[in-house]
Design a protein around this ligand. Structure first.
Ligand SMILES: Nc1ncnc2c1ncn2[C@@H]1O[C@H](COP(=O)(O)OP(=O)(O)OP(=O)(O)O)[C@@H](O)[C@H]1O
Ligand SMILES: [Mg+2]
Length: 221
């Protein structure tokens, strides 16, 4: 059974004539490494938001672990799939960088000591520990993106969806991120990376899904 399964899924934004995603059928396994490519406006982010239950399809159906996505709460989906949206501003809502990473860990019932350890470990990955007391709102776009990534990685999800994770980050941290993702994939985390960065996704295109005009026009392993 596929971990994520879409059957003829379509979605049209309110007030739009044309569907952003049209009749997409896909099966994604839990341990896969998938790159999603396509031009601006081809429907990549919409596809991710549909899988994550942030948008509800007008037709077709999506299942996660064998159960319709609509039957899960957003928190339950978040427990199965870690994700970073294209706009990190939509993800950050805590009063410090530290709390941004600690938030999900607290939710999972980790002890104060474990939270401290994991916050340091995951913020250190991108050399963000020194910024731990800062208000996320005041960070640069790249730093915000990395804080959102640290927070999601700290939860050690079974599957990750990253929408343009390298958009604003420097070459050094991009290399670091590539290595980390490789490593967690090797340990069993499935990864779907949406990206225009061909260098970066060269490591993630064991399977490449290419979108155009809201449809999957190529799905090659
Ligand atoms: N909130 C919205 N309201 C109305 N239309 C939207 C909205 N978000 C996206 N769209 C439209 O849906 C289509 C697909 O957009 P989507 O953001 O999924 O593309 P994308 O492939 O992620 O593009 P990019 O590479 O620029 O991130 C586009 O035509 C876009 O204009
Ligand atoms: Mg997008």
């Amino acid at each position: 059974m596929a971990f994520i399964s879409l059957h003829k899924v379509s979605y049209t934004y309110m007030g739009r004539q044309k569907a952003a995603v049209r009749e997409i059928s896909l099966k994604l396994d839990q341990a896969e490494k998938i790159a999603v490519t396509g031009l601006n406006g081809s429907g990549k982010s919409t596809l991710a938001k549909l899988i994550l239950g942030l948008l509800k399809p007008q037709s077709g159906n999506i299942t996660l672990d064998g159960r319709p996505v609509g039957k899960y709460s957003l928190v339950e989906i978040g427990e199965k799939i870690g994700y970073v949206l294209q706009n990190p501003n939509q993800m950050l809502f805590n009063t410090s960088v530290y709390n941004e990473v600690a938030f999900g860990l607290k939710w999972k019932g980790k002890s104060k000591k474990e939270i401290d350890y994991l916050c340091k470990k995951y913020l250190d990955l991108f050399e963000l520990w020194d910024l731990r007391a800062e208000l996320p709102f005041n960070l640069s776009e790249g730093q915000k993106q990395l804080v959102a990534l640290s927070a999601v990685l700290a939860l050690q999800p079974r599957f990750l969806i990253l929408d343009e994770p390298t958009k604003s980050i420097d070459t050094f941290r991009k290399g670091r991120l590539k290595d980390i993702l490789q490593e967690i994939w090797r340990r069993g985390t499935g990864i779907m990376v949406i990206s225009h960065d061909h260098d970066f996704i060269a490591k993630f295109d064991d399977r490449r899904i290419h979108m155009a005009g809201g449809e999957v026009v190529e799905d090659a392993g």
